[in-house]
Design a protein around this ligand. Structure first.
Ligand code: PLP
Length: 387
């Protein structure tokens, strides 16, 4: 029986970029609107909603609409990179605001929080990612403005319970900001778990093809604070450009498909190398003995994600050699693309950032899982002088 109230599922809506049809032409993909400026109308009034590129564009708005749908958000704002989106959140806080953030998180965001703290723009307190007791102890009721959760955190993939963190933050009068870049909204909808801001580096899974840098902030409720963030984006000139927004729309249409395959591949790789004689530890929440397994299962719709790290046996040089000797994995930074990447994280995050010297971060793509496993096998053997 036909049900006139039936709404296509999120998978369908995203695959069709919200059933996009261009009004004038019937085109099923959006056009790219590259204009930097727009002519005033016959009464010399500015046209709505855009009159200059730093406000946004039709193409960027279309990409934002898809993300807002994915996130179940009231609104979303796209930035020229993940870092510029995170910086806008930091910028909108009043001087002296108290922020609680994990000790281990994406090193660029951590560095930015520390830069602002060093200048007295904010006061920063730490907690160990995933440790809710430490988080609760770090929060100052009535004083903390923002609790920052990165889950799973980069590069250890420790899991923080978003709903529990939201309760702690809200009880203290703070807002919760989540960075779930490692598990995109096809599996983790942070706003549904109680986050106030959901952030993603759209450079990663949302784009999915390593050909665009972008960052997105989504919110459950808008308000003056949201207008302020939009104003920061406009005045800093950090809106996502139209060509990049178009690439992002194209990438998001296959989000569910790509992510599902990457997660399956990641599970196969993790299971193969868990207990492997040349690997000391596999850090992957999908493994049943991982401390974050139960929460991750609930928070990622049972998919666990495509990101993991392995700590090799041997020396730091062994780990670097494994990355050098891979022939299918690319020895490159970033994550969330269709191609698998491997990197020696300490080389990238530098001295002073707490990362195991033998940690290799793996971004598992959508290739044949057997090829990925074989490639790591041969690289590990070669690095240990066994091949
Ligand atoms: N947050 C996380 C968890 C990341 O992994 C990254 C980048 O790797 C960022 C934020 C910053 O995003 P972008 O590189 O798009 O500026």
């Amino acid at each position: 029986m036909a049900d006139s109230n039936r709404k296509p599922s999120l998978v369908t809506r995203v695959a069709q970029a919200l059933h996009f049809v261009e009004a004038e032409t019937g085109a099923v993909t959006p056009a790219i609107q590259p204009a930097a400026t727009y002519a005033r109308d016959e009464n010399y009034a500015v046209r709505q909603p855009y009159w200059y590129r730093r406000d946004g564009s039709q193409t960027t708005a279309q990409a934002e609409a898809v993300i807002a749908e994915l996130e179940g958000a009231k609104d979303a704002l796209l930035f020229s990179s993940g870092m510029s989106a995170c910086t806008a959140i930091i910028e909108h806080l009043p001087t002296g605001a108290h922020v609680v953030a994990p000790k281990v998180m994406y090193h660029g965001v951590r560095a930015q929080l520390q830069n602002y703290a060093a200048k007295g723009r904010l006061v920063l307190s730490d907690y160990t990612a995933g440790n809710l007791d430490e988080l609760a102890a770090a929060v100052r009721p009535g004083e903390t403005a923002l609790v920052w959760v990165e889950t799973p955190n980069n590069p250890n993939w420790e899991v923080t319970d978003i709903a529990a963190a939201a309760e702690i933050a809200h009880a203290a009068g703070a807002k919760l900001m989540t960075d779930c870049t490692g598990t995109p909204p096809s599996m983790t909808r942070a706003l549904d778990f109680g986050a106030d801001f959901s952030f993603h580096s759209a450079t990663k899974y949302l784009g999915g093809h390593s050909d665009v840098t972008a960052g997105v902030l989504s919110v459950r409720e808008t308000g003056d604070f949201w207008d302020e963030i939009a104003l920061i984006r406009k005045l800093q000139g950090t809106v996502l450009q139209s060509f990049d927004a178009w690439l992002l729309i194209r990438g998001m249409r296959t989000l569910f498909l790509r992510v599902e395959k990457a997660c399956k591949n990641a599970m196969a790789v993790a299971q193969h190398f868990d207990g492997h004689p040349l690997v000391e530890t596999v850090l992957y929440p999908g493994l049943p003995h991982d401390p974050g397994h139960a929460v991750a299962k609930r928070q990622t719709d049972g998919q666990f994600g495509g990101m993991m790290s392995i700590i090799t046996r041997g020396t730091e040089q062994t780990a670097i050699d494994v990355a050098r000797f891979c022939e299918v994995f690319y020895p490159a930074t970033s994550l969330g693309g269709v191609e698998s990447l491997i990197e020696h994280r300490k080389t990238v995050s530098g001295e002073g950032f707490p990362v195991h010297p033998r940690l290799l971060r793996l971004s598992i793509g959508i290739e044949d899982a057997d090829d990925l496993i074989y490639d790591l096998e041969q690289a590990l053997s070669r690095a240990q002088g066994l091949a």
